[in-house]
Design a protein around this ligand. Structure first.
Ligand SMILES: Cc1cc2nc3c(=O)[nH]c(=O)nc-3n(C[C@H](O)[C@H](O)[C@H](O)COP(=O)(O)OP(=O)(O)OC[C@H]3O[C@@H](n4cnc5c(N)ncnc54)[C@H](O)[C@@H]3O)c2cc1C
Length: 383
């Protein structure tokens, strides 16, 4: 769509068509703002290493956007009504929950989000790998290049997810130490899992994080582990994953068949939103470290921050002069994200600390009480 060596100009460039980028594009287009281009390095549908847990926060957000019909139309998917917790001392408890939570494979979910943006007229350019961002002589980011083609833009929304080392080092102003969660995930068919149940295993080795089994529908489950880098203790994440599978699931995996290969990925989290706007560029979703540090739930943060980015951009062009956006309105994006997420991120960070204390074991032991169920449900159901 963009020819070899071509230079294209647009008002808004969105890099990355995950939940944050596609929602930003959808929001802009559905509010009548059409001068934008959405790019992704991949052709869609594409695989995204993710458990695909659509949390109650994601449900609520989609409802608020009038998009809840999207979920019921996606197949296959699995509703999760029960959580089995396996605690650090091997305690196993099953909690029924009325929470709205489900799993949808991200290949399906992300394509559906991209499709609603395309239906609103968004121009999508696949196989555009943004290698460098373009700066003007004031140091403002004014687009991106894949080394051959250039897209020049008045505003750039960076929605490239957690894997953005190159951009982080060169262009982002958030210099806080990273709090990356390392993860590995695989898919199996024929794994014995009770209908509507998800499992979370809090092995001592991974605390404050965990391993999981999520149903995906049609007899498929995804199984994964996630843990902070310092918990790896010199091992790589695939060693931890293999240990986890052997320790907890050897018997049940014997009757199952793996689909494809397992994949490792990092998750970029923080306990507070900082520096998500600078120099004409808004960072949305995991590119801005907006992901729950306790549960690694990031889909709702991504979609919501995408919409906030779109709103800030629209305001900036309304208040700006000619094709130049108003700087203050763009910078206000950071305030909006802080208001939307800081409380949730902070509570999650606190919960992460509590989970490594004896309090968590006590809580699991007391899980028959309404109070403790509520806390566990909230943390793990709510993002
Ligand atoms: C193993 C695992 C399990 C998870 N489980 C859950 C879960 O159950 N529930 C949940 O809510 N969250 C989960 N998460 C977190 C969730 O996947 C992310 O937080 C979420 O996808 C972030 O969305 P995003 O739009 O910011 O980025 P992404 O979804 O990562 O999308 C980024 C997009 O940008 C593209 N891109 C990247 N770099 C470039 C570039 N240079 N040029 C062009 N395109 C580029 C990529 O191809 C991709 O399409 C999990 C994460 C992992 C790794």
């Amino acid at each position: 769509m963009i020819a070899h060596n071509e230079i294209v100009k647009t008002k808004v460039l969105i890099i990355g068509a995950g939940p944050s980028g596609s929602m930003a594009a959808y929001r802009l287009a559905s509010r009548g703002f059409k001068d934008l281009i959405l790019v992704d390095r991949s052709e869609f549908p594409r695989v995204k290493p993710c458990a695909g847990g659509i949390s109650p926060s994601s449900h609520r957000f989609l409802e608020k956007m009038g998009l809840d019909h999207l979920l019921s139309g996606l197949q296959p998917g699995a509703v999760m009504r029960r959580m089995r917790f396996i605690g650090p001392r091997g305690q196993s408890i099953v909690m029924s929950t009325n929470l709205k939570a489900m799993t949808i494979n991200r290949t399906i979910f992300d394509t559906a989000l991209l499709d609603i943006a395309r239906e609103r007229g968004v121009i999508f350019v696949p196989r555009f790998m943004a290698r460098e961002l373009i700066r003007d002589d004031r140091g403002r980011i004014v687009g991106a290049t894949d080394g051959d083609r250039r897209i020049e833009a008045a505003v750039t929304i960076l929605a490239t997810g957690g894997h953005n080392k190159n951009f982080r080092e060169k262009y982002l102003t958030d210099t806080r130490p990273l709090r990356l969660i390392y993860s590995r995930i695989g898919w199996w068919k024929g794994f014995d899992l009770e209908d509507g149940t998800m499992e979370m295993v809090f092995d001592r080795d991974m605390l404050p994080h965990y391993g999981w089994v999520f149903p995906e529908g049609n007899g498929v489950v995804n199984i994964g582990v996630c843990l902070y880098e310092d918990r790896l203790k010199g091992r790589n994440v695939s060693d931890v994953f293999d240990m986890f599978l052997r320790k907890y699931y050897a018997r049940r995996l014997a009757g199952a068949t793996q689909i494809g290969n397992s994949m490792s990925y990092v998750i970029n989290t923080s306990g507070r939103v900082r520096h998500v706007y600078a120099n004409g560029m808004l960072c949305a979703g995991e590119a801005g470290r907006m992901c729950n540090p306790a549960t690694a739930e990031g889909i709702s943060y991504a979609m919501e921050s995408g919409v906030l980015a779109a709103d800030a951009v629209m305001l900036a062009f309304e208040r700006g002069s000619g094709s130049a956006p108003d700087e203050k309105s763009l910078a206000y994006y950071e305030t909006m994200c802080r208001k939307a997420f800081n409380l949730r991120l902070g509570r999650a960070a606190l919960f992460s600390r509590a989970i490594v204390s004896p309090l968590f074991n006590l809580m699991i032991s007391l899980s028959t009480t309404k109070f403790c169920r509520r806390i566990i449900n909230r943390r793990f159901g709510d993002g």
